[in-house]
Ligand binder design. Structure first.
Ligand code: G6Q
Length: 548
């Protein structure tokens, strides 16, 4: 067993200095910080890859920033960035590189894994995807009865679902309307039933998207889809025309019955939650077309280059990662709200939940020790302005401090009346209100009686980031996803954890297999779980219509 050594993060000079510094700045109010520095709203901003980040409404000053950057340096962030870009096996528990940056590398770049330059392979798959997408979009690819495909159904879960769904919704404006897109992830039969209820099997193509091709939920849905097609089309040869696979596992794909010439591959150095721009993005490419997909990759690439080259105090992902550390570890905040002021980004918070929490929800350091500090915050959020009429009450007047990211676009894709000004006015108003609040004196000066003024006043001093882009495009979406990917990586480096494994999902999976057998074989030996699980299972068996 590897020796367990004490983590050193909290002993680092910058960490100690930040702890002390936090006591000094903790009680400062953003009102004061802005009054003291009229240029604060310009000084505490950074730009990269077309994104503008205003982080001035955080409870920091120039010293905070200096110390956070020093912390990043002491933790070897520069070296770790280089290690990731050079294809080193930074996913130490799985002994793999984490090379999602290779998925968007230009054709002339060399990124070597185990002696092989992966870039030509990446582009070969992208070319195959593009040819296939064109065949579908033009109607050249036909179902087994000769009809063009009108419905694409992606079957996948986790990293093989959240990215494709998010991108489809985010880029809906750019999608073909000749084909409908559906996504089945849950093993709840409802998901399958509803997704297939109004589509014609003759015109449907299933993309079975699974890196391992062994995921129970995905295989259950893929088998249901196969049966659905065969029941309706009555011809086993139909599978060839109505199924393609996205996977790293050719053997299992062919065992399922999908011809491996209809398989789009990726590689074990792509983590599921970092895979949406690989072949996992096949549904995205069919929806938006290969040109737009390339534009999205260019956006990712622009942020990669910014992350790799910009100095830390002007580096968007580094700044956002360090601010997350500042709130999480020094202000003891527990969550981060992501609040896109764009309806197309409605699934972006859900996507970021996996990206952030599966990556950094860990309590073991790279060398096997226990952390003695908090790691990943809980990520949540909803599009604005909807959230304003729901949970923003707590953000303004609750007892918890909720750091939040506001995301907005200067141009709308759908001009309707003055909607866009109204939308953006709300974004700016919220960050202003959260930062500066409203004192009781101000409330009373407006005529509110004294007894009511505590209820109507706002403390303010609530930290926010604002991210602005010109317009929601495939390119800007790519920059934004890469921004969060690298911010998550930055946080993982500081916390000294492996952001690229996910052992925490294994225990529940294994137990579910055992329980499934017990639910199915009700005459088996008595249940041997804890008294709660036993009682719940008995009740389930009874109510589903069989006696235990
Ligand atoms: C992501 C995780 C996980 C994975 C799913 C689906 O980083 O590894 O969410 O994507 O469990 O796995 P398959 O693609 O292998 O079916």
């Amino acid at each position: 067993m590897a020796p367990v050594t004490t983590p050193t993060l909290t002993e680092r000079p910058a960490w100690q200095a930040l702890k002390e510094h936090c006591q000094a700045v903790k009680h400062l109010h953003l009102r004061q910080l802005f009054a003291d520095d009229p240029a604060r709203g310009v000084n505490f901003t950074a730009e990269g890859a077309g994104l503008y980040l205003d982080y001035s409404k955080n409870r920091i000053n120039a010293d905070t920033l200096r110390l956070l950057v020093q912390l990043a340096e002491e933790c070897g962030l520069r070296r770790r960035i280089d290690a990731m870009f050079n294809g080193e096996k930074i996913n130490v528990t799985e002994q793999r590189a984490a090379l999602h940056i290779a998925l968007r590398a230009p054709e002339d770049e060399r990124i070597v894994v185990d002696g092989v330059n992966m870039v030509p392979e990446v582009h070969a798959v992208l070319d195959r995807m593009a040819a296939f997408a064109d065949q579908l979009r033009s109607g050249e690819w036909r179902g087994s009865t000769g009809k063009p495909i009108r419905s694409i159904v992606n079957i996948g879960i986790g990293g093989s679902d959240l990215g494709p769904v998010m991108a489809y919704e985010a880029l809906r404006h750019y999608t073909t309307r000749d084909i409908s897109f559906r996504f089945i992830s849950n093993v709840d039969g409802t998901d399958f039933k509803e997704a297939t209820s109004a589509i014609n099997p003759e015109e449907t193509l299933f993309i079975v998207c699974s890196k391992t091709f062994t995921t129970a939920e995905t295989l259950a849905n893929a088998h249901a889809a196969r049966k659905w097609i065969l029941d309706k089309l009555n011809d086993v040869r139909a599978v060839r025309k109505h199924f393609v696979a996205v996977s790293t596992n050719a053997a299992e794909v062919s065992r399922f019955g999908i011809d491996t010439t209809n398989m789009f591959e990726f590689w074990d150095w792509v983590g599921g939650r970092y895979s949406m721009e690989s072949a996992v993005g096949l549904s995205t490419m069919i929806a938006i077309g290969p040109g737009n997909f390339q534009a999205m990759l260019a956006g990712f690439r622009a942020m990669d280059q910014h992350f790799r080259s910009a100095q830390f105090d002007r580096n968007l992902p580094v700044l956002m990662g360090l601010l997350a550390i500042w709130h999480n570890n020094f202000f003891d905040t527990h969550t981060i709200a992501v609040l896109p002021y764009d309806q197309y980004l409605k699934r972006f918070p859900a996507y970021l939940q996996q990206l952030t929490m599966e990556s950094n929800g860990k309590n073991i350091t790279l060398n096997g020790g226990h952390v003695n500090y908090q790691t990943s915050p809980i990520v949540w959020g909803e599009p604005g302005t909807n959230g304003q009429h729901s949970f923003y009450q707590l953000m303004h007047q609750g007892t918890r401090l909720v750091p939040s990211d506001f995301i907005g676009f200067c141009q709308t894709l759908n001009p309707v009346g003055n909607h866009h000004d109204l939308l953006m006015a709300n974004l700016f108003a919220q960050t202003e209100a959260l930062a500066f609040g409203k004192t009781e004196a101000e409330v009373e000066a407006e005529g509110t009686p004294g007894w009511l003024s505590p209820h109507r006043s706002f403390e303010g001093n609530r930290p926010t980031n604002t991210i602005l882009a010109e317009r929601l495009t495939p390119y800007s979406l790519g920059t934004m996803i890469a921004l969060y990917e690298h911010s998550v990586f930055t946080q993982g480096v500081i916390w000294d954890i492996d952001s690229f494994d996910q052992w925490g999902v294994e225990l529940g999976k294994a137990l579910a297999q055992r329980i499934l057998r017990e639910l199915e074989n009700i005459n088996d030996a008595p249940l041997k779980h804890d008294s709660s699980t036993n009682a719940l299972m008995r009740r389930y068996r009874q109510l589903k219509g069989v006696q235990s």
